[in-house]
Design a protein around this ligand. Structure first.
Ligand code: GLC
Length: 440
């Protein structure tokens, strides 16, 4: 809506000011930190059908979860709006909707790295913590990702930690131990490739396409070599010998063919397919791959032939980047009471257990990692818990979109062959760029 005439604008401004005064008085001072209409004590009102915006469901189980809700809530049905597979494209679509204050999406499945940006821009509603009493039972690191300036804006529904998938059958055959470091992984692959059945296999792939997954993989390379992208003081510190060693290992991987050329185009799904088609010996990916690669319906050629371990570091244990997804309520949603109940339902222990059993996605309930029956059935749970516990968060900044774009462009320019820049120059330039973006 545009107001052309200045006296109309003044009248509107006055009306807005007086309603703000009223609202503040009603909230008893209302220090809601600019959280919009539903400050920490605010009611989440309105019931009826809602739309749930989420990235493409690569787990295959979302429909079952949503159906369970819909059967119990015929008047508050949830319709799934499936967005693209790539995290960046999901973010773009959610932001475009928020910028026009669209009421279309009620619940947003947010990547853990978007909380600050969505909260600061008031695209999501602050959630009253007392309405979500189970938060204390979730892994604390996951709850931290759902907060901005100590206020709650979302509820963690899935976590994510990087795992090293490896072909156990081939490592056993070659008589090599599961590698704990990058050089050990290189040596192990050489031994497997010396076997007749290992001749054609590619050694390793993660996610190296220019998108959010590259920020994840680049950060893991840097952290796994003892460096940081952003330090504990909140300042970028990427022009260091440690970060250089981490990035160089990836660059050398591409140059020597340890990482196949095609991996420069890999997001999670193409990498998963290469692994389960039997074309990769080692593969860095998230836990959801475990269930899919173990399917015995013919979709995977390696069911029962692989296992998972902790990510290798350069000369010691690796460090995963913390991933995961939190459900938030769009500030512009109409049926917010239904949205809040749906979030409680999807984050409940019962639903998360049902989801683990079908999908191997990482739950956020701490108890599920300690359940003996689940551990027996799903051997990935122990390494996953360890991966998440020691995982490193990506920068928690409002301008996250700019920060991740800078990292992606830098890393991609160094990894693609021929490279745009050598690793040292890449990191020097990235440090300058990140310093201009992260100023607090
Ligand atoms: C997974 C993670 C998410 C990450 C994304 C990158 O979905 O859960 O945090 O940003 O992968 O592709």
């Amino acid at each position: 809506m545009r107001f052309e005439r200045s006296h109309t604008r003044k009248a509107v401004a006055l009306a807005v000011v007086s309603s703000l005064v009223l609202l503040t008085a009603a909230c008893g001072g209302g220090d809601d930190g600019g959280s919009g209409n539903n400050g920490s004590g605010g009611a989440l009102e309105g019931r009826g059908p809602i739309k749930f915006a989420t990235g493409k469901d690569t787990s295959g189980n979302l429909k079952n979860q949503v159906d369970a809700w819909n059967t119990q809530h015929p008047d508050e049905k949830v319709e799934v709006a499936e967005l693209p597979e790539s995290a960046d494209q999901q973010r773009n679509q959610m932001i475009s909707n928020a910028q026009i204050k669209s009421t279309e999406f009620s619940v947003l499945n947010l990547d853990v790295v978007w909380t600050a940006e969505f909260a600061a821009n008031r695209w999501i509603t602050e959630l009253p913590q007392d309405q979500f009493p189970d938060l204390g039972k979730l892994l604390p690191t996951t709850v931290d990702t759902a907060k901005y300036r100590d206020k709650l804006y979302a509820v963690p529904v899935t976590s994510d930690g990087g795992l090293l998938y490896y072909r156990k059958d081939l490592l056993d055959k070659a008589g090599v131990e599961v590698p704990k470091t990058w050089p050990e992984m290189v040596a192990a692959c050489a031994k497997v490739k010396a076997l007749p059945e290992g001749k054609a296999i590619n050694c390793y792939a993660g996610q190296f396409e220019k998108y959010e997954g590259l920020t994840v993989n680049f950060s893991e390379a840097v952290n796994g070599a003892g460096g940081v992208v952003v330090g504990d003081d909140g300042k970028p510190n990427v022009d260091t010998p440690e970060a250089l060693a981490g990035l160089t290992a990836l660059v050398e991987g591409f140059k020597t063919g340890f990482i196949p050329k095609a991996a420069i185009t890999y997001q999670e799904e193409p990498g998963r397919r290469a692994f389960q088609d039997g074309n990769l010996l080692f593969h860095r990916n998230w836990p959801y791959v475990y269930a899919l690669a173990n399917k015995t319906d013919g979709s995977s050629k390696i069911a029962g032939k692989f296992a998972v371990a902790a990510l290798p570091g350069l000369s010691g244990p690796g460090v995963s980047t913390l991933g995961g997804h939190n459900y938030a309520i769009s500030e512009f949603a109409t049926n917010k009471a239904t949205a809040a109940d749906f979030i409680k339902f999807m984050s409940s222990e019962e639903r998360q257990k049902a989801n683990v059993e079908k999908t191997s996605q990482a739950p956020t309930w701490a108890s599920l990692y300690d359940d003996p029956a689940l551990n027996k059935q799903f051997p990935y749970l122990a390494p996953l818990k360890a991966s998440i516990a020691s995982a490193k968060s990506r920068p928690k900044v409002v301008k996250y979109g700019d920060v991740t774009t800078a990292i992606q462009e830098a890393a991609y320019g160094a990894l693609k062959q021929p490279a745009e820049k050598d690793p040292k120059q890449t990191l020097t330039d990235l440090q300058t760029k990140l310093s201009s973006l992260i100023t607090q």
